[in-house]
Ligand binder design. Sequence first.
Ligand code: PEP
Length: 248
Amino acid sequence: MSDKLIVGNWKMNGGLAANQDLLHAVMAGLSGASCSVAVCAPALYLPQLQQLAAQSALRWGAQDVSAHEQGAFTGELSAAMLREFGVRYAIVGHSERRQYHGETDTVVATKAQRALAAGITPIVCVGETLAEREAGHTEEVVKRQLAAVIHTNGHCISEIVVAYEPVWAIGTGKTASPEQAQQVHALLRAQLKAATAQAQRIALLYGGSMNAADAASLLAQTDIDGGLIGGASLKAADFLSIVAAASH
Ligand code: PEP
């Protein structure tokens, strides 16, 4: 990958007025950026993103997408609906959705498939819990999670983005070390290489408490092509520092 990709995940934060301030500050700071930048907002605010960011370099995405195409799925949003609001990315399989909404590897793989079919790039999250890491199961867990997506999506796999997000690092302030992250990214790259000749162009993001202080050392790793940023994406200065680190 040449250009890095930095994606903010606002989670369930924001409001019309706060979003507007944050977006204006982020967009104003993007002029010197030489990486790709996106924010994944709560779905209700996607029209606001479409309105405010359409003329800027900022891209936007959703935090989830339905595994179904359309029909009697109360409360869900289809990939086609998201696409109507200019959505470029959809996070799928975030650990908070796996944990609180019981999303299985199969559901996550189908969500990725729905996104791809609508022209949306799925950002497929994989990552082990602390207990899994301590039991020596990190490799097995992340490979199993990614294998489901590869199996369901076949040759389209070259169109996805993968985010390695160790669950123990998300929202905890305990960022993985560059070596820990690179080790897992290398495994994921090898798995993708076995599935497609295009593996090198698949962006592998690191996510988990990435911040202005540790972004540069993480992003310098061979197989780390960008970041998925939660908490630090809610403050323009912090987010833009990470964008700056990715622009070197
Ligand atoms: C995330 O939720 O995807 C994430 C990486 O969160 P944080 O940066 O807050 O750990």
